[in-house]
Design a protein around this ligand. Structure first.
Ligand code: 4NP
Length: 150
């Protein structure tokens, strides 16, 4: 299974999702891979936001080596599932392709916790206090995902 985590900038939410999922994959001994990307290109080449690096570190996770990149159309072919952090990421992604087989790879990540609810992982970029909440939400969603698919 190849999983791609996607948010807007690929510096706050999806790097955390990648790091959290990678650790769960390693702990479960699964032969899966995980990567992350942003729908926007503004932060391409940058490390994750220092507040994401910090909340990850508090939880024993090092994400400081990650580098932001923009989502590419080839990602539809290279990944089995593309997990969007919010409904705007979701619609940006499905609108990039006319193929049903590619659209169906795109899912809202929190639906692995509460199917069909389409809950957003809130963008913490403008909210210094939002990062702990984002970490907790992603940790639960990734745990449910692993339990369902492993
Ligand atoms: P992310 O957060 O999508 O979770 O990486 C953001 C990062 C940067 C911006 C917006 C959201 N920005 O506008 O630059």
């Amino acid at each position: 299974m190849k999983i791609l985590m996607v948010c807007l900038g690929n510096i706050c939410r999806s790097p955390l999702a990648e790091g959290i999922m990678q650790r769960k994959i390693d702990k479960s001994g699964l032969d899966w891979s995980v990567d992350s990307a942003g729908t926007g290109a503004w932060h391409a080449g940058e490390k994750p936001d220092s507040r994401s690096i910090e909340v990850a570190k508090k939880n024993g996770l090092n994400i400081s080596m990650q580098k932001a990149r923009q989502f590419q159309l080839e990602d539809f072919k290279n990944f089995d599932l593309i997990l969007a952090m919010d409904s705007s990421n979701y619609s940006d992604l499905v609108n990039k392709t006319s193929l049903e087989s590619e659209k169906s790879k795109v899912r809202m990540i929190m639906n692995f916790k509460d199917p069909g609810r389409n809950e957003n992982v809130p963008d913490p970029y403008w909210n210094d206090n939002g990062f702990e909440n984002v970490y907790e939400m992603l940790d639960v969603a990734c745990e449910k995902f692993i339990e369902a698919y492993k």
